[in-house]
Each structure stands twice: as structure tokens, then as C-alpha cells.
Design a protein around this ligand. Structure first.
Ligand code: ATP
Ligand code: MG
Ligand code: FE
Length: 317
């Protein structure tokens, strides 16, 4: 059974082909370079660039997987959430292909896709506890099947990825800031600055606006005094606090929900400290099925949508 999946919710246009659970191709056209000058993703530009990338991405996905379009049994695509102009393009491409080959369409959820990106290289044993850390989301989900996702805590203000990107922008590191801060943090002293950890211990919800403001204030104060900003120390102290928030909530959720699988998903799951935290919590609580996604499946990609589609179909037959 072959599925063609499309992901286009933000600034990546990606097509993947999966055959009985095995990823045959995962072509990603990224637009980072075109958005860098604006300090972030410009929605109108993202949609226009998707239009330019459709043809070659489809071709590359089919050719590199040695697949003819007629061999596809299902067409999956990201229905929501995301930038509307970007989403519409993915939906139209999916509908066009599905109607041409007369095969069913599967509209899927982007975040559920991120979660299944973690299961491409490792099988889930349910219930799964997934820490979702991405550009627009910070949430903990309990997954009982590919059709049963429970959000037990979510973003109250800024998402963790957004916070990384904004802090990086103020530090003059450019877009996207997450990977740059992660790298710099390794050279800095995490105890150089003490940033606040939100006190909402009884809840699983996440707040990052206080941390963002605290870091921005320090940078502005140092700049006003004419002092050079110790970027590596700021990055290390920020990363320590941003990931400590994740660790605390995740540990609480592990104790309450006693999952059989522990994992992390979304673009920020590429973060070295978050990967360490998840793996050490899995070890501490003896959750043998603990894993982090392969780097290629952390930020937006169509393979994760293909895998979600495959897992949904597997249990419907
Ligand atoms: P969402 O999935 O919530 O709709 P999105 O699709 O825009 O949002 P993703 O592509 O999942 O977001 O993730 C992009 C985010 O991941 C960016 O904020 C980027 O800075 C962040 N990121 C990538 N690598 C790292 C890293 N090593 N450390 C921290 N953040 C990272
Ligand atoms: Mg992106
Ligand atoms: Fe995403």
C-alpha cells in the first residue's frame, strides 16, 4: 500500500511516499534563505514560493522512490493548523492528484503528524506520552491510538519555538534562532543569568512570555549601558531555563500517566538539551520505549504526515 503525503503548512513544501510503513522518499523544499532578511516567515511569500516548488518536489518524490503516480493508493495532506495560504496550496495539490488517480484523500492534523514523525524509526507502544515542542506549540499529549490524541497541557502565550526565535532575533543571531541558540549555549555558562521559571506547578500548561521578556530586558539593559552582550552565557542561561520548564512538566506527567512510550516531537525536538532530558527521564522512570525523532523528522516534513496516514489506515483495515 503506497501513500503520497503533502506537508505545506508553513515555509516547507514537502512530499513523501511511504510503502507499507517504509519511507521511500521525503523531499523537503525549505525557504529559510528567502525569509532570513525579514527575520521570520512572511506568510504571503511562503505561499508564493510553494507555488514555485510544487512541480520539482512532486517529480523528485516520485522519481527517488521509483514510483509511478498511478501506483499511489491514498493521498494524505496537512489540513491544519498553519498559514492559510500555505495550507490551501497543499490541499489543492492533494485534491488534484487524488482526483487524477481516483484515489481517496486523507486530510490530517499537522501536530498529530509531528508526533508520528517520532514513530518512523521506532514503533509506538500505547499509551504514548509525547512532548510537543514546535514553532507554534508547546503541549503534552497522551496518545492511545492514531485516532485518539488527548492534549493534557498546552501553550498559554508564546510557544517554545517562538520564544527561541524571538530571543535569537534580539541577540542578533538571525532566523531561525533555535539551532543557533542551541549551538551557542554549549559554549556558555548556564549559571551566568537566572531567569524565572513559571510557578504554575499544578497545571500542564506552558508559559514562555515571562522568560522571553526577562531575556530581552537583560539584553536591552546591557546594550543601554554600552556593555557587550555575553551571547554564549545568555544563550546557555536561557536554554537551561527554557528546557527546565519542559523537564518539570514532563516528569509530573510521567508520574501521573505512566506511559509505555515516552517521546518528543516538533521542530524544537532537534534541541540537544531537550533530547537529553527526554532520554534521561525515560531512563530514570524505566520507560524502555523512550526515543527522540531522527533530525530529518523534527522540523516540518511530509514523511511524518505519511506515517500518520499509514498508522490510521493500518487500524482501519
Ligand atoms: P507548528 O509545528 O507549531 O505549526 P512550525 O511548523 O512553524 O510550528 P516547526 O517546523 O515544527 O514549527 O519547528 C520550527 C521551530 O523549531 C523554530 O522555532 C526553530 O527555531 C525551532 N528549532 C529547530 N531546531 C532547534 C534547536 N536545535 N533548538 C531549539 N529550537 C529549534
Ligand atoms: Mg519551517
Ligand atoms: Fe511544524
Amino acid at each position: 500500500m503506497k501513500i503520497l503525503a503533502i506537508e505545506s503548512s508553513c515555509d516547507e513544501f514537502s512530499i513523501s511516499i511511504i510503502d507499507d510503513g517504509k519511507i521511500l522518499s521525503n523531499i523537503i523544499s525549505s525557504q529559510i534563505e528567502q525569509h532570513v532578511n525579514f527575520g521570520g516567515v512572511v506568510p504571503e511569500l511562503a505561499a508564493r514560493l510553494h507555488l514555485e516548488n510544487i512541480s520539482w518536489v512532486i517529480k523528485a518524490a516520485l522519481e527517488s522512490s521509483n514510483t509511478k503516480i498511478e501506483e499511489i493508493d491514498y493521498v494524505a495532506y496537512t489540513e491544519k493548523p498553519g498559514l492559510i495560504g500555505s495550507l490551501i496550496i497543499g490541499k489543492l495539490v492533494a485534491e488534484t492528484i487524488a482526483s487524477y488517480i481516483d484515489k481517496p484523500l486523507m486530510p490530517l492534523h499537522h501536530i498529530e503528524g509531528h508526533i508520528y514523525g517520532a514513530s518512523i524509526e521506532n514503533e509506538f507502544i500505547y499509551p504514548v506520552l509525547a512532548m510537543v515542542v514546535s514553532g507554534g506549540h508547546t503541549q503534552i499529549e497522551i496518545i492511545n491510538s492514531p485516532n485518539d490524541f488527548k492534549i493534557i497541557g498546552a501553550t498559554l502565550d508564546d510557544a517554545i519555538g517562538e520564544c527561541y526565535d524571538k530571543v535569537a532575533r534580539v541577540m542578533g543571531l538571525g532566523y531561525p534562532g533555535g539551532p543557533k541558540i542551541d549551538k551557542l549555549a554549549k559554549e556558555g555558562n548556564k549559571d551566568a543569568f537566572v531567569f524565572p521559571i513559571p510557578k504554575n506547578d499544578e497545571s500542564y500548561d506552558f508559559s514562555y512570555s515571562g522568560l522571553k521578556t526577562a531575556v530581552i530586558n537583560i539584553i536591552h539593559n546591557l546594550t543601554q549601558k554600552g556593555e557587550t552582550i555575553p551571547v554564549a552565557d545568555v544563550a546557555a542561561s536561557f536554554q537551561y531555563t527554557a528546557t527546565k520548564i519542559i523537564e518539570k512538566k514532563l516528569e509530573k506527567a510521567i508520574n501521573e500517566f505512566k506511559p509505555k512510550t515516552l517521546t518528543v516531537a516538533g521542530g524544537v525536538s532537534a534541541n540537544s538539551e531537550i533530547r537529553n532530558i527526554v532520554l534521561s527521564l525515560g531512563e530514570k522512570y524505566n520507560i524502555s520505549n523512550t526515543f527522540v525523532p531522527k533530525m530529518e523528522y523534527c522540523t516540518d516534513n511530509a514523511a511524518m504526515i505519511a506515517k500518520l496516514a499509514y498508522e490510521k489506515l493500518k487500524i482501519s483495515n
